[in-house]
Design a protein around this ligand. Structure first.
Ligand SMILES: Cc1cc2nc3c(=O)[nH]c(=O)nc-3n(C[C@H](O)[C@H](O)[C@H](O)COP(=O)(O)OP(=O)(O)OC[C@H]3O[C@@H](n4cnc5c(N)ncnc54)[C@H](O)[C@@H]3O)c2cc1C
Length: 468
């Protein structure tokens, strides 16, 4: 019996660790991920010192049964458990867990490769193809590949897209190296990715003007230094949740937010219910949420650490940072600078402005019909995976089984993470991911107990002794 996990970020690494610690030696586990951020993924593997977690350290254990594990690993005091620590520390914790699982488990293999194709076999199971031409059989495959690589921003011309003045990923040092302190910058997107970009620019002593543009021009809200006391949801909200009543929910939340000590406690109390609420919403209501409420939900739900929020406030107060609500219509290279055509929200007039750099900070890409990701392109082309109608990844069941075009689950194929958002909506942060991983691990354990070991499956080659 072989289980292959594709993608070695938080989700893949945590699933491999959970399975390795509980499997008997009939099951063969293979974790395949790309080098560079193996074991940590983009969020924790590509982070820099100034990038902070947006969750308090005391709640970040990778196993939902041990929420304090990260804080214990760092030996944090009670007071320090409420702090927002650098994300690289979390990456080290994840790697340490994975290395421990590798040391103690004989059946976990790690491969530093990209999976480029997965073929469904007529007799059951899958053939997994790697980027070096090798392939192997697997009974079960879990897609844990996070979000898709960022596509070029709409309106950005091909010349600018290849130019160093277009920065597709604000986390890559190499991409930012040409930016000088007095450059005038345009950042498209005003969510937490933009906040990461600001943190890096601030750390580098940036002095030039920064214009941050998004349709609504909303900034993430800030966390409080000390969390507000938890609250219980009142009957008006529970009733809206049970009835999957989006309008009723909005109106109940508006009323309750007026009377609770702090609205953050209300959002936090809602979190355990959001997946079930989303699942019960008809597609039309989901589409309404995405069109009208998503931006407001995101800024209240995904909040900034207080220290970062203070830096942003300073930049806003000095006039260095301007937030603009509007759309980027076009951007190209002119006189070796970036010429951007912007239309402000509510205006019919387009205005052209010149910048020294354009940073893309538009958040998660999950549209599998418009991606350059080779594996996803292959799975779409072969009809193995079917797009979510709202662009939120692929169609999966409530237990993360991938669904085919007729809505039937494909035995042995699972997807967890951002590409399964269509089913769960909230499936991008640690709290929801770790629960989904733990549930899937339990299910896979049952799956292997029900099936005999396969003796003919060839072994994938092991990566070097260290995985990252
Ligand atoms: C910048 C950032 C900061 C975040 N901060 C927080 C936070 O503070 N708190 C919180 O709760 N949540 C946070 N999140 C959300 C969440 O924790 C992360 O998104 C989470 O790490 C997602 O993990 P993942 O494994 O699903 O995806 P990823 O981390 O993206 O990992 C997927 C991995 O799969 C690899 N991969 C893709 N395709 C293939 C392939 N074909 N073959 C092999 N490998 C492949 C990718 O290269 C990547 O390494 C943050 C997210 C981001 C993006």
């Amino acid at each position: 019996m072989r289980i292959t996990i594709v993608g070695a970020g938080f989700t893949g690494g945590t699933l491999a660790t959970a399975l390795a610690s509980s499997y008997d030696d009939r099951a063969d586990l293979c974790l395949v991920g790309v080098a560079g951020n193996f074991g940590c993924g983009v969020a924790y593997g590509d982070a820099r010192g100034e990038h902070l977690l947006n969750t308090r350290a005391g709640q970040l254990g990778a196993d939902p049964a041990k929420p304090a594990e990260f804080a214990q690993w760092l030996n944090l005091s009670t007071h320090a458990r409420e702090a927002f620590l650098p994300r690289i520390a979390y990456g080290e914790y994840l790697l340490d867990r994975l290395h421990e699982a590798e040391r103690t488990s004989a059946n976990l293999t790690t491969l530093e490769h990209e999976v480029v194709e997965i073929d469904r076999l007529p007799a059951g199971g899958f053939r997994v193809h790697l980027d070096d031409g090798a392939s192997f059989f697997s009974d079960v495959v879990v897609l844990a590949i996070g979000a898709l690589p960022p596509q070029r921003l709409a309106g950005v011309g091909p010349r600018l897209a290849r130019h160093w003045r277009y920065i597709a990923s604000p986390w890559q040092d190499s991409d930012l190296r040409h930016i000088t302190a007095d450059d005038r910058l345009l950042i498209v997107g005003t969510g937490l990715t933009m906040i990461d970009a600001l943190a890096t620019l601030h750390r580098r002593g940036h002095r030039g003007e920064i214009v941050a543009l998004s349709r609504h021009g909303l900034l993430p809200q800030r966390h409080l230094e000390r969390p507000a006391d938890p609250i219980e949801l009142p009957p008006s909200i529970l009733q809206a949740l049970r009835g999957h009543d989006l309008r009723g929910m909005l109106s109940a939340m508006r009323s309750v937010a007026q009377i609770v000590e702090d609205w953050r406690a209300l959002i936090d109390a809602l979190r355990p219910h959001t997946q079930a609420f989303w699942r019960g919403l008809p597609q039309t209501e989901r589409a309404r949420f995405l069109r009208h409420l998503r931006a407001y939900w995101e800024v209240h739900r995904h909040r900034m650490a207080p220290r970062v929020a203070n830096e942003v406030d300073t930049m806003l107060a000095s006039g260095q940072l301007r937030i603009v609500a509007g759309r980027l219509l076009r951007a190209g290279v002119a006189e070796d600078r970036v010429s951007a055509v912007i239309r402000r929200r509510g205006s019919d007039e387009a205005e052209t402005a010149m910048f020294d750099g354009l940073i893309r900070a538009t958040g998660l890409d999950t549209d599998i019909t418009r991606t350059t990701h080779p594996l996803i392109q292959h799975l779409v082309a072969t009809g193995t995976i079917v797009p979510d109608p709202l662009g939120l990844g692929m169609q999966v069941s409530a237990s993360n089984e991938v669904l085919d075009a007729r809505g039937r689950s494909i035995p042995g194929l699972y997807c967890v993470g951002a590409l399964a958002r269509g089913e769960s909506w909230e499936l991008t942060a640690i709290a929801e991911l770790r629960t989904a991983v733990s549930t899937l691990a339990k299910r896979l354990r049952q799956h292997t107990n029900m099936r005999p070991a396969r003796s003919e499956a060839p072994s994938p080659r092991r990566a070097g002794p260290k995985t990252a």
